[in-house]
Design a protein around this ligand. Structure first.
Ligand SMILES: *Cc1c(COP(=O)(O)O)cnc(C)c1O
Length: 450
């Protein structure tokens, strides 16, 4: 019998999940099945684990729909989009205080991961060229970074045969800083990665201090080690909220910077950017010249075909918000993050790990001695019942015995939602505290991956 409300016969049967249907479904039925299943995903705006944009305005949605057919790689077919891409990259070079924005070079990517791969490859190739020119061995490149790097750097080292040298984070040195970085450096170091907005905690690494340590080291040893800044999240926060922190191209040692347009760039996924300080910081042999009708187009990418809408959306956001608009949006996210962090600090069960004063992200741990009965993983599971995703996870390597829980405040997490979240957190802490025996170990439910 056909349900008169859901009137497609095709919806009465469950389509196979291990092979194609034998015959076509009506478009409406296929649409309904897809949308119904996708409905079982979490509510994106209640996901406080992700940095990635989950809301854009109506006009942005129109641009997205109208440009879904554009392929970013087809530069001859879409020369206007290619020009917009280049313009956005120059705007970012300006935002990051490049001494001469029009002589920088930058590209869009599918996300920061691809952008980091390109940044890392440029470091490796430049190091190799210099070593080869000096008649030296090029077999054992290494990259120096904090043990708190995002997983992409581990991948980079694995995929491109570079030895990762992790500087451990400790209670005294919760991020990479100038103190010990040079202990890890030698003539085979292709560069140092500094993070503006450590994924685990939201804290900035002191890039100027790291650069100073490398300057002193160069004066003593002659080794000139470049810095790549992974500003996946902070690249769109620091210029607006902390303009006095010197972390970007104001430091001559910073040769390249990546960011995620789809994080605080406020664009839907997937969009990343990487910008080099000067064209000469990007080895020319990494650039492929693709011939097209009547010309030659330089390309630099790991992906080939890629949606073009996100680049147009980035340009839309730049025009729509301007500098002042971005400042206000990010300031609002930070206000909410600081408010939440203050309120969470007042709950005796919790001790803040970071407070949202760098990027609008903060983390806390259980106050030592508060309870033996529950962990932050239990709280994560309890909050999930209300729809909130608030991930708990261990800190990096040598602090992995410590668990933290983190909130990423994004555009759209307003005060009333924040208050609703706080109520749920307090309610669930009271509930967990009211249990008088240890709860079985909560399995990490996987809302979060480094
Ligand atoms: C998110 C993130 C990445 C990866 O970025 P995607 O845009 O998700 O590919 C890399 N580094 C840091 C510090 C990040 O926060």
């Amino acid at each position: 019998m056909t349900n008169p409300q859901f009137f497609n016969d095709a919806e009465i049967v469950k389509p196979p999940t291990d092979r194609l249907n034998d015959s076509p479904l009506p478009s409406e039925a296929a649409y309904q099945i897809v949308m119904d299943e996708a409905m079982l995903d979490g509510n994106a705006r209640l996901n406080l684990a992700t940095f990635v944009t989950t809301w854009m305005d109506e006009n942005a949605n129109k641009i997205m729909a109208a440009s879904a057919d554009k392929n970013m790689i087809d530069k001859d077919e879409y020369p206007a989009s290619a020009a917009i891409e280049a313009r956005c990259a120059t705007m970012m070079a300006t935002l990051w205080n490049a001494p001469s924005p029009t002589t920088t070079i930058g590209v869009s990517t599918i996300g920061s991961s691809e952008a980091c791969m390109l940044g890392g490859l440029a470091l490796k190739r430049r190091w190799k060229q210099a070593r080869t020119a000096a008649g030296k061995d090029t077999n054992t490149p290494n990259l120096v970074m904090s043990s708190g790097v995002q997983v992409v750097w581990e991948k980079f080292c694995n995929y491109w045969d570079v030895e990762p040298r992790y500087v451990p984070v400790t209670e005294e040195h919760p991020t990479l800083d100038g103190a010990t970085v040079t202990d890890y450096i030698d003539e085979n170091t292709i560069g140092v990665v500094a993070i503006m907005g450590v994924t685990y905690t939201g804290s900035y690494e002191p890039v100027a201090e790291i650069a100073k340590a490398l300057d002193d080291h160069q004066a003593a040893t002659g080794l000139d080690v470049p810095i790549h800044v992974d500003a996946a999240s902070g690249g769109f926060i620091a210029p607006f909220l902390q303009p006095d922190i010197v972390w970007d191209f104001r430091l001559p040692r910073v040769k390249s910077i990546n960011t995620s347009g789809h994080k605080y760039g406020l664009v839907y996924p997937g969009l990343g950017w990487v910008v080099w300080r000067e064209k000469s910081d990007l080895p020319e042999d990494l650039i492929f010249n693709v011939s097209y009708l009547g010309g030659n187009m330089p390309t630099l990418a790991i992906n080939f075909s890629r949606p073009g809408s996100q680049v147009l959306l980035q340009y839309y956001m730049f025009l729509r918000l301007g500098f002042e608009g971005y400042r206000r949006v990010q300031a609002e996210s930070q206000d909410v993050a600081r408010f939440l962090a203050d309120e969470i600090a007042k709950i005796p069960a919790f001790t803040l790990w970071s407070d949202g004063s760098d990027i609008p992200v903060f983390a806390w741990k259980l106050t030592p001695g508060h309870t033996k009965n529950w962990t932050l993983y239990h709280l994560q599971n309890r909050l999930r019942i209300h729809g909130w995703q608030v991930p708990a996870y261990p800190l990096p390597d040598n602090m992995a015995d410590q668990t933290v829980q983190r909130i990423v405040v994004r555009n759209g997490m307003n005060r009333s939602l924040a208050c609703a979240l706080l109520d749920d957190i307090k309610k669930e802490v009271d509930f967990l505290d009211s249990l008088n025996a240890p709860i079985p170990h909560a399995k990490h439910i996987g809302a979060f991956a480094h």
